[in-house]
Design a protein around this ligand. Structure first.
Ligand code: AMP
Ligand code: ZN
Length: 277
C-alpha cells in the first residue's frame, strides 16, 4: 500500500492529473472490458483487475529510460516511487492507474485539451508545450509505446501522420516550421506523435533534456517510424545507452548550429531566428 508520503509526492509532481476525475464513457467502457477480460483469462497476479494493479503501483520500480527526460523536472526522484505493470502490456485497452505516466489517458478525454477525435485517433494539446504549437496525436486503442508496434498498426500510424500534417497545414499562416515525430524513449505511456512548431519558444522548455529530446536523433520523424515498420515489421529501439547519450548532447542551436553554453543563453539565442522569420 502506498504510504501517505508517497501519495503526497505523487500529487506534488503530477500536475498532469486529477485523481478524482471521472472517466468518460470511452475510458470506462475500456476499463470494464479490461477487468472482465482479466477475470475471464487468468487468476495470476499479473492479470488482476486494474484497481488491484493500482494498489501495487508504489512497490514497482520504474524503468530508467522513462525517467530520462520526463516532463516535470523532479520526476526523476519522484518516479522512484513507482510505475505500473500495465505499461508493459502491449495492445491491452488503455487502463488508467493513477500514475503520472498514464496521464495522457486522462488528457485524451479532457475537453480543455482535446482538439480532435474520431473513432481511431485523438489529438490533444500538449499540457506542457515546448513550443508555440505543440500537439499530441494518439491512437484510441492501447499501444503503450513504439516497441509495441506491429505491421498491423501501419494504417493507423499513417492516419496519425496524416492528421499531424493537417494540423500543420492549419498553422501555415504562422510561418513556423513543424516536425512530426516520436521520442525514441518516451516518458509517457500510450503511443503519441508530437506535432511541434520549431520556434521552441515556451516557458515549459526548460532543460537540456527537453531541448535534446526534440532537436537530436532522440526525436524520430514519423515518416522514419512508418518506414521502419514497413520494412522490418517493427520499430528498432535505440542501441543500448544511445538514448541517454543523445540527451546529454552539448547544447546547440537547431537552426544555425551555434554552440550555446546554457539553456537561458540558448533560449535567448533562438528568439533571433523567430524574429528573422
Ligand atoms: P514523451 O517524452 O514523448 O513521452 O512526451 C510526453 C509529452 O506529454 C510531453 O511533451 C509532455 O509535455 C506531455 N504531457 C505530460 N503529461 C501530460 C498530460 N497529462 N497531458 C497532456 N500532455 C502531457
Ligand atoms: Zn541559431
Amino acid at each position: 500500500m502506498a504510504s501517505k508520503t508517497d501519495k503526497k509526492k505523487r500529487r506534488d509532481f503530477s500536475d498532469s492529473e486529477s485523481e478524482n476525475e471521472t472517466l468518460d464513457k470511452f475510458a470506462s467502457v475500456n476499463i470494464k472490458t479490461e477487468v472482465k477480460k482479466r477475470k475471464d483469462f487468468s487468476d495470476s497476479e499479473e492479470e488482476q483487475p486494474a484497481v488491484l494493479v493500482q494498489s501495487k503501483v508504489a512497490s514497482v520500480k520504474p524503468s530508467k529510460q522513462r525517467r530520462d527526460f520526463s516532463d516535470s523536472e523532479d520526476e526523476d526522484e519522484k518516479t522512484k516511487k513507482g510505475t505500473s505493470r500495465m505499461m508493459s502490456g502491449a495492445n491491452r485497452p488503455p487502463v488508467r492507474t493513477g500514475h503520472w505516466s498514464m496521464g495522457l489517458l486522462d488528457s485524451m478525454n479532457n475537453p480543455d485539451l482535446q482538439i480532435y477525435k474520431d473513432d481511431r485517433i485523438v489529438v490533444i494539446k500538449d499540457k506542457y508545450p515546448k513550443a508555440k504549437y505543440h500537439y499530441l496525436v494518439l491512437p484510441r486503442i492501447s499501444i503503450p509505446s513504439l516497441k509495441s508496434l506491429k505491421s498491423e498498426h501501419l494504417e493507423l500510424l499513417k492516419d496519425i501522420h496524416k492528421k499531424g500534417r493537417e494540423i500543420t497545414e492549419k498553422h501555415k499562416s504562422s510561418g513556423l516550421d513543424f516536425r512530426l515525430g516520436y521520442h525514441c524513449v518516451p516518458s509517457m505511456s500510450h503511443l503519441h506523435m508530437h506535432v511541434i512548431s520549431q520556434d521552441f519558444n515556451s516557458p515549459c522548455l526548460k532543460t537540456k533534456k527537453h531541448w535534446n529530446s526534440f532537436t537530436t536523433q532522440y526525436f524520430v520523424g514519423s515518416k522514419d517510424i512508418i518506414e521502419q515498420l514497413e520494412t522490418t515489421g517493427r520499430v528498432n529501439p535505440p542501441a543500448a545507452g544511445r538514448h541517454a547519450e543523445l540527451l546529454k548532447t552539448p547544447l546547440r542551436c537547431h537552426v544555425c548550429r551555434q554552440a550555446q553554453t546554457n539553456m537561458p543563453k540558448l533560449k535567448q539565442h533562438i528568439l533571433q531566428h523567430i524574429k528573422s522569420k
